[in-house]
Design a protein around this ligand. Sequence first.
Ligand SMILES: [Zn+2]
Length: 614
Amino acid sequence: MTNAEATADFESKKAEPKSVSLTWDLDSLFPGGAGGASFSAFRRELKSMIEQADTQLNKLPKTLNGDSAATWEEFVLLVQGIAARLEQGGAFAGCLISASVSDALAGQAHGEINDLRGLFLKSMTGFEALTADASDAEWNSFVERPALKPVAFPLNEMRKEAQIKMSPELEALTEELAVNGYHAWDHLYTKMAGELTVQWEENGETSEISLGQLATKFNNADREIRAKAFAKLTEAWKSRESLAAMALNNQAGFRLTLYERRGWKSPTDEPLRMNRMTRATVDAMWSAVNECKPKLAQYLDAKKKLLGIDGFRWYDESAPIGSSSAEFSWDEAWDFVIKNVGDFSPDMKTFCEMARDKRWVEGEDRPDKAGGGFCTSFPLNKESRIFMTFGNTYGDLSTLAHELGHAYHSHVLKDRDFFATQYPMNLAETASTFNELLIIDAALKQSSDKQEKLMLLDQKMQSALTFFCNIQTRFIFDETFYAARAKGALTSQELGELMTNAQRKAYGDLLADDGLHPLFWAAKLHFFFTDVPFYNFPYTFGFLFATGVYAHAQKQGSSFAQSYSAMLADTGSMMAEEVAQKHLGVDLTKVDFWRSAVNGALEGLDEFVELAKG
Ligand SMILES: [Zn+2]
């Protein structure tokens, strides 16, 4: 080796970037973990702030007017600070637990923060009742005060909600009774589902497996295995259907009685308000979805051909198509994501580089870690952390992009006041899905392998099938079930009929007659959630809103990047319809936007059909 070569070699080594850390940095948030002095002091301070809020509330003048407005404002700013700290503390304990499930101190801290949240919510209920009684004129000038104006939207929302509830005493009693009389049905169901097992025979061996383990069999390429898994699932739920029916009937009965007492007309009113959207929007969305079902049939016909089957059954939905041998190192995954989000938005590129360099992401594959992936934010530090386990596949790369989307969403909100950073569930997946779309399109462009293309396109179409048909089934079921339940409890037989009717409506002839899933109402835990009513349809909204924004971005090119981040920044302080009108110039209550969103979601369908022919 000549000197020059040696120098060149040395230079190239020097220029080679350090590899990206696989573990995250939590110490810069609170050094020393759950037992560290810093996090302990933080919890003590939080507790004393909550006590202070309770004292302040007791002394707060009951009537809002020119004299009391300043004291009221002080109270609002105090509780906003507490809410931000509760999020910060919960996020930190949550990160510690996920990174090491055996961290008992973190578990304890998490419980402590939950208890503090309970205490805090009690104080808030008292304040909400006071706002309900304030005169409109006084209230309107109150939320115009400079310190409150940025959070006027969530404050108005809180007051309106308090105004349509029963008296504070009755609401407090209801909340207390709900612990054992409402949420308990959900807990009972969850426990029952968790304890259900089936006997599974494979390769000559029989073992007892949980329903969670059984669910993975639906991704199996062998149809016999999927069919057997479905038979086992049906058999398991058949043995518990009367108990599941009891849980579902009773919790729905509780909710309907409460709505009646509050004078709330429709069971969809509450979920619509929670998602800051109107019924007209939901209807427009579903009609665009319904229009595309013949197009979806072309996808399923092609998929049936590839799978070598005649009728498409429920258990064929996740059947894998194509394959990819592509592997990505952690560094390559980061480079791929940064390059492709960067092509759309330089700001997103800078942000992702910062998240990488500051070690905001945990990706190591090691024991004692929790499963799954998430992104959580630390409002006091204006930072986020992402948790996942990286396994070198395309799916993992997509997860990284997805979670970085969430982190970017928090990033553009970081300078807003805390109450204005709380976006609803239906807008929560905008930035994450947007990133996934950027990444899958880039992967498709780059790929020359037919099997890999088929796999990627099938993933895209499978999402559409899930959001358009599977989730729509749940919405139709929820609506028809609540209408029927208002007249009386339903038998498991009747619930099964409602479910198959919902499936026929949502899927049309996409599913074979013998391919329905009558016990889906019992097998899907989402129907039993008591914290969030009608849990499912906001997901279709979120998915289509993101594909619609993505279609818009493709038309506008990178000039849209700035409007995109401005749009995300407004997600915590207006109605979904207003966000879309202001930043995209579209009316969500009309079908046009949803049509373009549906078309965006189905982009690649024709190519899939073509590839399936060859
Ligand atoms: Zn997400």
